[in-house]
Design a protein around this ligand. Structure first.
Ligand SMILES: [Zn+2]
Length: 307
């Protein structure tokens, strides 16, 4: 399995258009000891010919153009991108679908609740089904495994297992009647025919023993690195929600992810979905050193991994 990390920042990217926090300001000034990042986007392939996206970021068009393997390989209209698996209805996970609307056959995997939010509550996504043979929607259920396939049914050699991480729907979902709480936000385990296993968990509110057990079974972990501290946004903005209120376990603190996942031995551990306010983005800072010393990496745009 080949994994390409096309984007690694949380919603808003790094720097974020309206943010003058110390990190964002230093990036703009060219003095930041670290890297700018686009919004989180991962692509996978078993054969390096057919590619499968995990979510669809608002930066997707630029991320595709930055990755030759994802660009058309023939003259005329075509794409190596065969399907998208959605883990939540967050804007930074679904907005990129609108960039895939140009009548290209595509399969989209999501829970029935997410499908309802996108297709019944938000008419703009109707552009994905303007003509027959455009987007095929496939339901996924937490706890079930399914083979990833293209719109025409061609198997990818990749298998996906979805599990529920949170009952939190984004704020724009006003009508929650009929939406399953367990279908709001998912983690994924992707496995390839050659045996490699990846866990993809971009929004994790808490780590319980069941999740720990799951994560010990994988070779690579891409995990929620949104916030360093629970009150990080409040400190930067002077107001706002805590990391936990926003559905993200902070990296630091007694109950943070660094400590909760310290016992994981098997997987290579990489934080992604890192918010622009997170001090661990500063590669000369103590937080970056602490994360590195704990055996973690921080995802960067353009990082490719063979599993
Ligand atoms: Zn910022």
């Amino acid at each position: 399995m080949r994994i390409e990390i096309l984007g690694s920042a949380a919603g808003g990217g790094f720097p974020q258009w309206n943010c003058g926090c110390p990190n964002c300001s230093a990036v703009r000034a060219g003095t930041f000891p670290g890297k700018a990042r686009t919004q989180t986007q991962v692509a996978l392939s078993n054969d390096r010919q057919s590619w499968y996206l995990l979510n669809a970021s608002p930066d997707l068009r630029l991320q595709i153009e930055a990755t030759p393997a994802l660009c058309p390989q023939t003259h005329g209209r075509s794409s190596p991108i065969k399907a998208v698996v959605l883990t939540s209805a967050d804007i930074d996970q679904v907005a990129g679908l609108l960039s895939l609307r140009e009548l290209q056959p595509l399969r989209i995997y999501c829970t029935p609740s997410l499908r309802r939010v996108l297709r019944e509550h938000n008419s703009v996504f109707g552009m994905l089904n303007r003509v027959s043979g455009q987007v095929v929607w496939s339901d996924i259920k937490p706890g079930e495994s399914f083979p990833l396939a293209s719109a025409d049914g061609k198997d990818s050699g990749l298998c996906c297992e979805a599990f529920s991480l949170s009952s939190r729907y984004p704020a724009y979902v006003a009508d929650r009647s009929g939406l399953g709480p367990e279908e709001a936000s998912l983690g994924l385990i992707l496995s390839s025919s050659s045996g490699g296993r990846l866990a993809y968990c971009p929004a994790v509110p808490a780590v319980d023993d069941t999740l720990l057990q799951r994560l010990e079974s994988v070779d690579l972990l891409l995990f929620d690195g949104t916030f360093w501290a629970d009150d990080e946004l409040i400190r930067v903005q002077g107001q706002g929600a805590t990391a936990r209120e926003m559905g993200h376990i902070p990296v630091s603190s007694q109950q943070g992810s660094l400590r909760r996942l310290a016992g994981l031995r098997r997987p290579r551990k990489i934080f992604l979905h890192v918010n622009n306010t997170n001090p661990m983005l500063n590669e000369s800072g103590p937080e970056y050193a602490q994360v590195s010393a704990a055996g973690w990496e921080i995802a960067e745009d353009g990082l490719g991994i063979e599993l």
